[in-house]
Write a protein that binds this ligand. Structure first.
Ligand code: DCP
Length: 706
């Protein structure tokens, strides 16, 4: 549903940059002999030459279109070069394209706030850069204007008298008496032209751009003159542009809403919307959408350019059309494993390169049911907390699929023939990882700090552990309504198929089972609670146990980074009272935490216990491995509490067990040691000590209906 945002300012300078026939350009860079030739990139499936997904502008001149298959394209353009999209794990591998998009973005981000909108599209907020240029080197005083800027298309500029277009553009840029908005756009023209040239120089890719006062108009403009050109929408031309624009061309109006506007309201162009009052539109489509429609009819769009260079989520999917639909659970599992492997790889590189952690795993599928009155029913998407590690992601994704399938086929819809189900087929599968947040920088610092401390005693065993700890992250916001999949579901047995539900040990909640998983496997440590977005949250080591694999892959590289930090910390520390912390610090910190929280309310105790456990774990090198397990359990308890399913006795038992394993003495905390820590670490510890905000609602277990 579109959201009406108030127009913050109509004198912003926003650019939308869109790469030209992007995949083709990436392939042409790999094979320069294809440059300038009709070329298309085709999908992996080779049926009829594969589906075209990107078509060069040379091929477009022959009538080649993206909707064609390779064979059709050959018919209309026999000389076309078809390049198959790279393949990995039996599906398209888009990494090369993603990375190419990142190269471009890093160049564009040099001049303003940059939002990556898709694999080949970026929004830029150039308002500050334009204001600065206007103040320091206003375009009207420029003697030489770059050719690329002079080739701009400025909507509303008239050259019917056949005059030189570049001259008209030059005059427009040079106008002294233009209003402030146009002057800013003139700066935008120069900046974007320069950026596009820089992109070409550094990446060999061409791109097109729209320059306007808001995102909506910039996006509309970027596609108007392709390839390798830029289009400008001055304020005075907005209404002219929108009046005749087909309503379905507008972002968010290509679907049902656009259809309703056409059929129910007789609105065919954006301009047609002007006849309706805001109240009328609100009456018909609700307050928010009504206002949004009223705004877009006037070219008003207050959406901000989000400073986001990295994707909000990662996904991996594959379609299985027609006869290739998956009809057995084992076939689904095979493909899910491939998709999860890819997803896991991407999560690992995100973790390594950007120090970000994803929290939610979601499975989407499209399916059909044969001979079913309810054939319109959609396969439900399912989500669960994301655990790192390929095997875990695969396991969880499969469980999500099974839960979705149970719901999809209905309680009485199972018709089994061994592991073969004739009543359904899966035509598309995808897994995605979302709710991606940075690892708190303070956590990294404390990890590094303690890495040094512990490595001085236990160098051989510590590196891997500390690498794992670097993966510490925040659990999702406390009011997140994660629902564990499957628990309240009626049990439907799939012959020959294990499921999460069937695996449940009678009498144990899911959290206990997870602990068993933890104990069986190599575990990560997740030491802290950190504050983010107003929440002080628990860390979730459970979900991170697999980060070790990611991190170990890159261990050598990170180890080098750690070594640098190590030396820095070492020298800082030696200047202070290093040995004191080494010998006494463990118990001292614990004492301090205890003294900070003597009251003993259940919540504060729990918080206190976590902090204590964290520190014991961090500082007690000898018990490192076991403390990881223990902390895992503690967090399990907290997860369980959040889910409203844990018992007090369970928590108490865990606590006692933990104390025993760590052998720490709660009375030995020395608050003074905290002052000896580097500032960033002190801040972090203070953050632990802040009372945690608990979610208001207790999350009940249940199926998550997306
Ligand atoms: N893409 C895809 N499948 C589609 C559409 C696009 O895999 N159905 C990929 C290939 C494209 C890239 O996404 O190169 C960007 O898509 P665009 O819609 O921006 O199209 P192009 O960049 O190819 O061409 P244009 O110059 O028209 O933007």
């Amino acid at each position: 549903m579109p959201v009406a945002k108030p127009e913050s300012c109509d004198s912003r300078v926003i650019a939308h940059i869109d790469m030209d026939c992007f995949y083709v350009q990436v392939e042409q860079r790999k094979q320069p002999q294809l440059r300038g030739l009709p070329t298309a990139v085709v999908q992996y499936n080779e049926w009829k030459g594969g589906a075209l997904i990107a078509v060069s502008y040379e091929a477009r001149k022959f009538g080649v279109k993206r909707s064609m298959r390779g064979e059709e394209a050959k018919e209309v353009c026999p000389q076309i070069h078809l390049v198959q999209v790279p393949v990995a794990r039996g599906k398209a591998d888009l990494n090369g394209y993603r990375n190419a998009g990142s190269e471009v973005m890093s160049i564009l981000a040099r001049r303003g706030r940059c939002e990556r909108a898709s694999i080949d599209e970026v929004y830029l907020d150039l308002t500050d850069a334009a204001e600065t240029m206007l103040a320091e080197a206003p375009p009207q005083h420029l003697e030489a204007i770059d050719e690329e800027a002079l080739k701009s298309h400025i909507l509303g500029l008239n050259n019917e008298d056949g005059s030189d277009v570049k001259e008209i553009v030059r005059n427009w840029i040079h106008r002294c008496h233009a209003d402030h908005r146009d002057k800013l756009l003139a700066c935008g023209i120069l900046i974007v032209a320069e950026l596009r040239m820089q992109v070409l120089k550094e990446t060999e890719f061409t791109c097109s751009a729209g320059i306007a006062h808001n995102k909506m108009l910039a996006k509309l403009a970027s596609g108007m003159n392709k390839p390798a050109q830029q289009t400008v929408v001055p304020f005075s031309s907005v209404q002219g542009l929108l009046n005749s624009l087909p309503i379905r061309k507008m972002k968010q109006l290509g679907g049902k809403l656009g259809m309703s506007l056409q059929i129910d309201m007789g609105v065919n162009t954006v301009g047609d919307l002007l006849q309706f009052s805001e109240e009328k539109l609100q009456e018909r489509y609700g307050l928010n959408t009504g206002t949004w429609l009223w705004n877009i009819a006037r070219g008003i769009n207050g959406e901000a350019v989000e400073g986001r260079l990295l994707p909000k989520s990662h996904g991996s999917g594959k379609t299985f059309p027609g006869p290739r639909a998956l009809k057995t659970v084992s076939a689904v599992q095979h493909w899910l494993n491939q998709l999860c492997e890819e997803l896991s790889e991407r999560l690992c590189s995100d973790l390594e390169q950007n120090k970000r952690i994803a929290h939610t795993l979601t499975l989407h599928a499209r399916a059909y049911k044969s001979s079913d009155s309810d054939s319109e029913k959609k396969f439900p998407s399912k989500s669960c907390p994301l655990r790192y590690g390929t095997a875990k992601i695969q396991e969880d994704a499969f469980n999500l699929f099974q839960a979705g399938l149970r719901e999809y086929i209905g309680l009485y819809g199972v018709k089994s023939q061994g592991s073969h189900y004739s009543r359904w087929g899966i035509t598309s599968l995808s897994v995605s990882a979302s709710k991606i947040v940075p690892i708190p920088s303070g956590t990294c610092s404390i990890v590094k700090y303690f890495h040094w401390q512990s490595s001085s005693h236990f160098s051989s065993i510590q590196s891997a552990e500390n690498l794992r700890m670097d993966a510490t992250h925040l659990s999702p916001p406390g009011n997140e309504s994660y629902s564990e999949v499957g628990l309240p579901e009626p049990k439907i047995h799939f012959p020959g198929e294990d499921s999460w539900i069937e695996d449940t040990t009678p009498g144990l909640g899911l959290q206990e089972q997870k602990i068993n998983v933890w104990k069986d496997e190599d575990l990560s440590c997740s030491p802290s609670k950190k504050k983010v977005d107003g929440f002080t949250e628990d860390t979730s080591p459970l979900l991170l146990s697999g980060t070790q694999g990611c991190l170990e892959q890159n261990q050598n590289k990170q180890q080098r980074e750690f070594s640098k930090d190590e030396s820095r910390f070492k020298s800082e520390y030696r200047e202070q009272k290093g040995t004191r912390l080494k010998n006494k610090g463990t118990s001292s910190i614990l004492k301090f935490f205890k003294s900070c929280n003597p009251s003993g309310t259940s919540l504060s105790q729990e918080h206190d216990r976590t902090v204590q456990g964290t520190d014991a774990q961090l500082t007690n090198g000898a018990g490192f491995q076991s403390s990881c397990h223990n902390l895992a359990e503690l967090n399990e308890v907290e997860v369980a509490k959040e889910n409203g399913t844990s018992s007090h006795s369970y928590i108490r038992d865990q606590d006692e067990w933990r104390r025993e394993a760590w052998s720490y003495n709660i009375n030995e905390i020395d608050p003074s040691v905290i002052d000896e820590l580097p500032m960033e670490i002190q801040d972090e510890i203070q953050a632990w000590l802040r009372p945690r905000k608990r979610p208001n609602n207790i999350v009940q277990r249940g199926i998550n209906h997306d």
